[in-house]
Design a protein around this ligand. Structure first.
Ligand SMILES: Nc1ncnc2c1ncn2[C@@H]1O[C@H](COP(=O)(O)OP(=O)(O)OP(=O)(O)O)[C@@H](O)[C@H]1O
Ligand SMILES: [Mg+2]
Length: 269
């Protein structure tokens, strides 16, 4: 990989207290992420994917090991990252346009410039004409898109995205994936992208980290040898893409089996 290391995990583990006992969420994570890389993260529910993003964002400290950002230990909130959490955290008293404008207001961007940028971002995420809607009047997918536009308004150097496209219909998802890759490449963003969708993990990633079930650790670090600039629609027909998706499925299947054993009782019908 050409870029310098931007994020480093060295023997990282994180535990929580659950019912007076230690619950080990993740363990032994050692990985380097380089500037300009798009790294996708997959693994069964509860294996520590969100925890990994929280550690990079400085929202929590590791129980073991060290997390570094540009060579320095992450010891407080990491202002160089922009985080789109699994839930969108829109401000209910602000409409779409003024939710997106929050980072620009904080930075003191003048009103006319702010409006121009908010409009461009709304266009980008397919929300033109919804500027005056409030979060309660939006669908799940529209809320996610508003949150993504707000994140892009921050213009952070690293994007931490936790299942950002999960609630989108197939067509919009393709468009957003295409835009995300295009923007990240153009602006040389580093992206950590959590998804449950293995095809998406291959379509977007330069690399895909596969986690084991809890206590989660990285069991595969798969390089995805597709071109850096990708046409998401054409990719669907690409035999190399299909082959890579099949390969990733095979690698993840054992982890899925292990998750199934967490539910020993048959689910009630
Ligand atoms: N703040 C917390 N307090 C207590 N336990 C936590 C906390 N955050 C995470 N955990 C636990 O750590 C484990 C990993 O959680 P995490 O949210 O990282 O999983 P995940 O891989 O993102 O799962 P999902 O795919 O369902 O989003 C889970 O068992 C969860 O209950
Ligand atoms: Mg999660």
């Amino acid at each position: 990989m050409s870029g310098q290391q931007i994020i480093g995990f060295e023997g990282v583990g994180r535990s929580f207290v659950h019912r007076d006992r230690e619950l080990v969420a993740t363990r032994d994570i050692t990985v380097s992420i380089h500037e300009g890389e798009i790294v996708t993260i997959v693994g069964p529910s509860g294996c520590g994917k969100t925890t990994m993003l929280n550690l990079v964002a400085g929202l929590m400290a590791p129980s073991r090991g060290t997390v570094t950002y540009r060579g320095e230990r992450v010891a407080a909130l990491n202002g160089r990252t922009g985080y789109m959490t699994q839930s969108d955290h829109l401000l209910p008293w602000r409409d779409v346009a003024s939710n997106i404008a929050v980072p620009l207001e904080i930075r003191g961007v003048p009103k006319a410039e702010r409006q121009r940028r908010v409009e461009a971002l709304m266009d980008l995420v397919g929300l033109a004409h919804f500027e005056t809607s409030y979060p309660a009047a939006l669908s799940g997918g529209m809320r996610k898109r508003t949150a993504l536009a707000r994140l892009l308004a921050y213009d952070p150097e690293t994007l931490l995205l936790d299942e950002p496209f999960a609630a989108l219909d197939a067509q919009l998802r393709l468009r957003m994936q295409t835009e995300l890759v295009r923007l990240s490449r153009r602006l040389n963003k580093t992206v950590l992208f959590v998804t449950h969708d293995l095809d998406e993990a291959v379509a977007l990633g330069d690399r895909c980290l596969v986690f084991s079930p809890r206590p989660g650790t990285i069991v595969r670090d798969v390089t995805i040898p597709l071109p850096r600039d990708r046409d998401m629609v054409a990719l669907r027909q690409d035999p190399e893409y299909r082959r890579l998706c099949g390969e990733l499925w095979e690698q993840v299947a054992p982890a899925l089996d292990a998750t199934a054993s967490e539910f020993p009782e048959p689910l009630p019908s």
